[in-house]
Design a protein around this ligand. Structure first.
Ligand SMILES: Nc1ncnc2c1ncn2[C@@H]1O[C@H](COP(=O)(O)OP(=O)(O)OP(=O)(O)O)[C@@H](O)[C@H]1O
Ligand SMILES: [Mg+2]
Length: 311
């Protein structure tokens, strides 16, 4: 059986993607799941520093440049059940990684035999990042409670869904229909991705059924990080509702993580910081998010200001 793939993205830099990816991977490994954590921040890989690994023997650079398997470059970590694929630390720009190299990476990721593969994405919304995000069984977006970060999350998802739609249209020889639709978008009152997808569904019952299955099977999760006070608890549910309304895809609010002013100390220390904070609130929160993801649950809107119960 192949692994379930979780990818963490979200557009804006510094929202906690690497923190969440490593936290989830460590939590899953801690409860006995076999996990590979992949640093897919091509051009900005840093998970090995976060996990405080020794100087890497092999990295994604080797995978791209030599005929080796992903399995063979994944390295044991100090945490039982957890292996790390160290990012591409030699490439300065992700644009220099060829499409064929990425396709090979995606094929190897899909063939991993762990229970879970957790992928940390870089900031931004380049094709590398979008395609890796779209590969995942669970697409996890993370934002901090700031409007610029939330905006970035929307733009990131919009681009990802556009990319998905474009790939679908190209695969089904519908590129001309796409061009026409775009030209006449004002007449047809197409203002959101949902309108666009709904419009393409009118082409034929077959296209409608295929688009329905492509988009209704998406699993988008929202995590809010660095929460500082109770009003921030409403951000996750609102972001989720907006995604569903304007993008027309299923979305879930997987939970939030408090701001922890002691995190930087662990980053500064020589110790793996998650180990040291395993009893801290933020690790409990990461654990709750992991369970919500594993069991396809989400935090209920009405519960967030009182006691967190799950549906
Ligand atoms: N809940 C939190 N409380 C306090 N600090 C946090 C929290 N989450 C992350 N940080 C800090 O924020 C900084 C950015 O985190 P991280 O590197 O995980 O972000 P990122 O989204 O991966 O960034 P990049 O886009 O550059 O890859 C780090 O210094 C991290 O320690
Ligand atoms: Mg990062």
């Amino acid at each position: 059986m192949s692994a379930e793939i979780w990818a963490i993205g979200g557009g804006k830099g510094g929202t906690g993607k690497s923190f969440l990816a490593s936290g989830l991977a460590m939590y899953l490994a801690g409860i006995g799941k076999k996990v590979t954590l992949i640093d897919a921040d091509l051009g900005g890989a840093n998970l090995h520093s976060i996990i405080k690994m020794e100087k890497p023997a092999a990295t994604l650079s080797d995978f791209f440049e030599r005929k080796v398997s992903l399995e063979s470059i994944s390295q044991e970590t100090a945490i039982p059940n957890l292996r790390l694929v160290i990012g591409d630390i030699r490439t300065l720009s992700p644009d220099t990684i060829k499409y064929g190299q990425r396709v090979k990476l995606y094929r190897h990721i899909r063939n991993m035999t762990d229970d879970y593969v957790v992928i940390d994405l870089g900031a931004g919304s380049g094709l590398n990042t979008l395609d890796t995000f779209l590969l995942a069984d669970k697409m996890i977006t993370i934002t901090v409670p700031e409007i610029t970060s939330i905006d970035n999350l929307y733009h990131f998802l919009k681009k990802a869904l556009f990319r998905k739609l474009n790939v679908f249209l190209a695969d089904h020889h519908l590129k001309d229909a796409a061009k026409n639709t775009w030209r006449t978008r004002d007449e047809n009152d197409i203002r959101t991705i949902k309108h666009l997808v709904d419009h393409f569904k009118t082409i034929s019952p077959e296209v409608c059924a295929m688009l329905d299955s492509e988009f209704s099977q998406l699993n988008i999760y929202v995590v809010v990080n660095q929460v500082r006070h109770t009003p921030h608890n409403h951000i996750g549910p609102s972001v989720k509702s907006v995604i569903m309304k304007y993008f027309g895809v299923p979305a879930h609010y997987a939970g939030s993580i408090s701001y922890d002013n002691s995190l930087w100390k662990y980053m500064d220390s020589g110790e793996p910081y998650f180990g040291l904070t395993s009893t801290a609130t933020i690790m409990e929160e990461v654990g709750n998010i992991a369970w919500n993801l594993m069991e396809n649950k989400q935090v209920k809107l009405l519960d967030i200001s009182t006691e967190a119960r799950y549906e």
